[in-house]
Design a protein around this ligand. Sequence first.
Ligand code: AMP
Length: 116
Amino acid sequence: MAEETIFSKIIRQEIPTPLLYQDELVTAFRDIAPRASTHILIIPNTLIPTVNDVTEADELTLGRMITVAKKLAAEEGIDENGYRLIMNCNDHGGQEVYHIHMHLLGGKPLGPMLAV
Ligand code: AMP
Protein backbone atom coordinates (compact mmCIF):
# COMPACT_ATOMS: atom_id res chain seq x y z
CA MET A 1 0.00 0.00 0.00
CA ALA A 2 1.51 3.29 -1.10
CA GLU A 3 1.96 6.01 1.45
CA GLU A 4 -0.41 8.96 1.22
CA THR A 5 0.95 12.40 0.37
CA ILE A 6 -0.25 15.89 1.16
CA PHE A 7 -2.45 15.65 -1.96
CA SER A 8 -4.76 13.10 -0.28
CA LYS A 9 -5.29 15.57 2.55
CA ILE A 10 -6.10 18.31 0.03
CA ILE A 11 -8.63 16.04 -1.73
CA ARG A 12 -10.35 15.37 1.59
CA GLN A 13 -9.97 19.08 2.52
CA GLU A 14 -8.14 18.19 5.72
CA ILE A 15 -5.77 20.86 4.44
CA PRO A 16 -8.17 23.60 3.30
CA THR A 17 -6.74 24.38 -0.14
CA PRO A 18 -9.21 26.17 -2.46
CA LEU A 19 -10.37 23.69 -5.09
CA LEU A 20 -10.92 24.79 -8.68
CA TYR A 21 -12.68 21.56 -9.57
CA GLN A 22 -13.68 18.28 -7.95
CA ASP A 23 -15.79 15.36 -9.05
CA GLU A 24 -15.93 11.66 -8.22
CA LEU A 25 -12.66 10.99 -10.09
CA VAL A 26 -10.39 14.02 -10.01
CA THR A 27 -9.54 17.18 -8.07
CA ALA A 28 -7.82 20.39 -9.25
CA PHE A 29 -6.17 23.21 -7.31
CA ARG A 30 -3.47 25.84 -7.85
CA ASP A 31 0.18 24.89 -7.43
CA ILE A 32 1.61 26.36 -4.25
CA ALA A 33 4.78 27.49 -6.09
CA PRO A 34 3.48 28.63 -9.50
CA ARG A 35 5.93 28.59 -12.44
CA ALA A 36 3.52 30.60 -14.65
CA SER A 37 0.53 32.88 -14.06
CA THR A 38 -1.66 29.81 -14.49
CA HIS A 39 -0.23 26.74 -12.77
CA ILE A 40 -2.87 24.23 -11.77
CA LEU A 41 -2.50 20.62 -10.62
CA ILE A 42 -5.08 18.05 -11.68
CA ILE A 43 -4.92 14.83 -9.70
CA PRO A 44 -6.83 11.56 -9.37
CA ASN A 45 -8.84 11.20 -6.15
CA THR A 46 -7.32 7.76 -5.60
CA LEU A 47 -3.64 7.42 -4.79
CA ILE A 48 -1.58 6.33 -7.79
CA PRO A 49 2.06 7.03 -6.84
CA THR A 50 3.62 7.29 -10.31
CA VAL A 51 2.71 6.90 -13.96
CA ASN A 52 4.44 3.50 -13.73
CA ASP A 53 1.61 2.39 -11.41
CA VAL A 54 -1.21 3.30 -13.81
CA THR A 55 -3.39 0.41 -15.00
CA GLU A 56 -6.17 0.02 -17.56
CA ALA A 57 -8.63 0.47 -14.69
CA ASP A 58 -7.41 4.07 -14.42
CA GLU A 59 -8.12 5.00 -18.03
CA LEU A 60 -11.40 6.81 -17.29
CA THR A 61 -9.72 8.85 -14.56
CA LEU A 62 -6.75 9.72 -16.77
CA GLY A 63 -9.05 10.81 -19.56
CA ARG A 64 -11.02 12.93 -17.09
CA MET A 65 -7.79 14.66 -16.06
CA ILE A 66 -7.42 15.90 -19.64
CA THR A 67 -11.03 16.99 -20.10
CA VAL A 68 -10.79 18.89 -16.81
CA ALA A 69 -7.50 20.47 -17.98
CA LYS A 70 -9.27 21.66 -21.12
CA LYS A 71 -12.18 23.11 -19.13
CA LEU A 72 -9.88 24.89 -16.66
CA ALA A 73 -7.70 26.25 -19.49
CA ALA A 74 -10.82 27.83 -20.99
CA GLU A 75 -11.88 29.23 -17.61
CA GLU A 76 -8.39 30.72 -17.15
CA GLY A 77 -8.60 32.28 -20.62
CA ILE A 78 -5.44 30.55 -21.83
CA ASP A 79 -6.99 28.06 -24.25
CA GLU A 80 -6.56 30.13 -27.42
CA ASN A 81 -2.95 31.18 -26.79
CA GLY A 82 -2.11 27.71 -25.55
CA TYR A 83 -0.69 25.92 -22.56
CA ARG A 84 1.35 22.92 -21.52
CA LEU A 85 0.34 19.74 -19.70
CA ILE A 86 3.13 17.92 -17.86
CA MET A 87 3.32 14.71 -15.83
CA ASN A 88 6.65 13.98 -14.15
CA CYS A 89 7.65 10.42 -13.27
CA ASN A 90 10.24 9.41 -10.67
CA ASP A 91 13.65 10.91 -10.11
CA HIS A 92 14.76 11.68 -13.66
CA GLY A 93 11.34 13.15 -14.42
CA GLY A 94 11.67 15.48 -11.44
CA GLN A 95 8.70 14.08 -9.53
CA GLU A 96 8.46 15.50 -6.01
CA VAL A 97 5.00 14.37 -4.87
CA TYR A 98 4.27 10.66 -5.28
CA HIS A 99 0.58 10.99 -6.12
CA ILE A 100 0.32 11.42 -9.88
CA HIS A 101 -0.65 14.88 -11.06
CA MET A 102 -0.94 16.77 -14.29
CA HIS A 103 0.51 20.29 -14.31
CA LEU A 104 -1.52 22.79 -16.38
CA LEU A 105 0.77 25.72 -17.17
CA GLY A 106 0.07 28.82 -19.22
CA GLY A 107 -0.45 32.55 -19.39
CA LYS A 108 2.85 33.32 -21.10
CA PRO A 109 5.04 31.75 -23.80
CA LEU A 110 6.56 28.77 -22.02
CA GLY A 111 9.65 28.44 -24.16
CA PRO A 112 11.32 25.19 -25.19
CA MET A 113 9.99 22.03 -23.62
CA LEU A 114 13.29 21.25 -21.90
CA ALA A 115 16.00 23.59 -20.64
CA VAL A 116 19.18 22.04 -22.02
P1 AMP B 1 6.22 17.35 -9.26
O1 AMP B 1 7.61 17.88 -9.24
O2 AMP B 1 5.73 17.05 -10.65
O3 AMP B 1 6.03 16.19 -8.31
O4 AMP B 1 5.31 18.54 -8.78
C1 AMP B 1 4.81 18.66 -7.49
C2 AMP B 1 4.17 20.02 -7.40
O5 AMP B 1 3.36 20.06 -6.24
C3 AMP B 1 5.18 21.16 -7.28
O6 AMP B 1 5.00 22.05 -8.39
C4 AMP B 1 4.82 21.82 -5.94
O7 AMP B 1 4.94 23.21 -5.97
C5 AMP B 1 3.37 21.37 -5.77
N1 AMP B 1 2.90 21.31 -4.39
C6 AMP B 1 3.50 20.71 -3.33
N2 AMP B 1 2.76 20.85 -2.22
C7 AMP B 1 1.65 21.55 -2.58
C8 AMP B 1 0.50 22.03 -1.89
N3 AMP B 1 0.33 21.82 -0.58
N4 AMP B 1 -0.43 22.71 -2.57
C9 AMP B 1 -0.28 22.94 -3.89
N5 AMP B 1 0.78 22.52 -4.60
C10 AMP B 1 1.74 21.84 -3.97
